[in-house]
Ligand binder design. Structure first.
Ligand SMILES: C[S@@+](CC[C@H](N)C(=O)[O-])C[C@H]1O[C@@H](n2cnc3c(N)ncnc32)[C@H](O)[C@@H]1O
Length: 339
């Protein structure tokens, strides 16, 4: 697999610093940008909604009269749980209300991100150097390319999210990060995602790709649609590609907690679906599931570190797995049906 060398890194990027260049830690890189700086720069382009965000930012508002966001965003709620600064009162209030229902929710988010970083590092170490991150969110933008490029400075990442505000912020955060693009697209439309310039400009689908579907699939509530969408990405990828999967799933949550969670979570505009591992194992059809299998998220290769201080038996309500495409025979011919 490594025989198909990634020449992009050395040949196509002006000013590339070489394969042993030291990239700054993603957290360090992002700390140069406050939310208000990012949003102010975007606001200069005249976006009223981002102007509203600026007024509501933690750094204080500079735009009197702009409206604060009325609806919380799941990406900003994740950012809040992860200790970021890209969130507002409406996000924090909903996050606290969700925590009142599910006290371990912050642990859940930490567990998911620890898994995400472990899985990315694992895949880089096994030869994958390009990633398609579906449902990127905000803080994730630092996690995936940071984890990948620390392991391989030539690694490339195409981030995809449907939320325009999230995408604008991520674009600002990442505009000078080489090998990384951000695309506004609906992951439920694989043909649009896979042909988007931001995706095709950094990913080479003749070489193995790591498709990341982490904490975004619960927002596709129709089981048949979800299965078809995930299969479409699988079928667009060549042998040795991978699927990194993490899904909201009851571990310690009781039925009463799950039903109380729904109406609060719905404030973000969609109620995420809870699925048991048995319910979504079929998303890995066609893949060879990497050891230790589809497991409680903190139990996926904890020896790789990055457990965010969580014990392996932490009660985070999420299951995760990594699958590898061992052969095309198992998945059918490579195909991509364009609209
Ligand atoms: C829980 S958040 C962040 C997930 C991120 N992967 C992480 O681990 O932090 C889920 C993200 O999925 C995005 N999302 C939800 N439905 C989507 C869709 N149909 N297409 C693209 N993005 C979507 C949301 O905008 C949000 O940013």
């Amino acid at each position: 697999m490594r025989g198909t060398a990634n020449t992009w890194c050395l040949e196509a990027v002006p000013g590339h610093r070489g394969a042993d260049a030291r990239l700054p830690d993603a957290g360090t890189r992002f700390s140069r940008f406050s939310l208000s700086t990012i949003v102010a720069a975007i606001y200069a382009g005249g976006s009223p909604i981002l102007g509203a965000l600026m007024q509501g930012s933690d750094a204080g508002g500079a735009l009197a009269g702009a409206e604060l966001p009325q609806r919380p965003s799941i990406a900003r709620i994740f950012d809040y749980y992860l200790g970021g600064s890209s969130h507002f009162e409406v996000d924090r209030g909903t996050a606290e209300d969700l925590t009142a229902v599910l006290p371990n929710l912050r642990g859940h988010v930490l567990a998911v991100h620890g898994f995400l970083r472990r899985a990315v590092r694992y895949l880089v170490s096994s030869g994958i150097d390009q990633f398609l991150d579906l449902g990127t969110g905000l803080s994730t933008t630092g996690d995936v390319h940071g984890a990948a490029q620390r392991a391989d400075p030539c690694a490339r990442v195409a981030y995809v999210d449907a939320d325009p505000v999230t995408v604008r912020l991520a674009e600002r955060q990442l505009h000078d990060v080489r090998g990384v693009t951000v695309t506004e697209a609906d992951l439920r439309q694989p043909a649009s995602v896979l042909t988007a310039p931001g995706v095709t400009s950094v990913l080479d689908f003749t070489r193995p790709v790591g498709v990341l579907a982490v904490a975004a699939l619960p927002f596709i509530t129709d089981d048949a649609e979800l299965t078809g969408v995930v299969a479409a990405y699988r079928d667009a990828c060549p042998v040795h590609s991978a699927l990194v999967l993490s899904h909201l799933s009851p571990v310690t949550a009781t039925p009463a907690q799950i039903s109380a969670f729904g109406p609060v979570a719905a404030r973000v505009g969609a109620t995420p679906a809870w699925r048991s591992p048995e319910d979504f194992r079929c998303l890995l059809d066609g893949y060879e599931i990497v050891e230790p299998g589809l497991v409680h998220t903190t139990k996926w290769r904890p020896e790789l570190g990055d457990a965010a201080g969580l014990p392996v038996d932490a009660g985070a309500d999420t299951y995760s797995a990594v699958g590898r495409l061992a052969s095309r025979e198992s998945t059918g011919p490579l195909r991509l049906t364009l609209p």
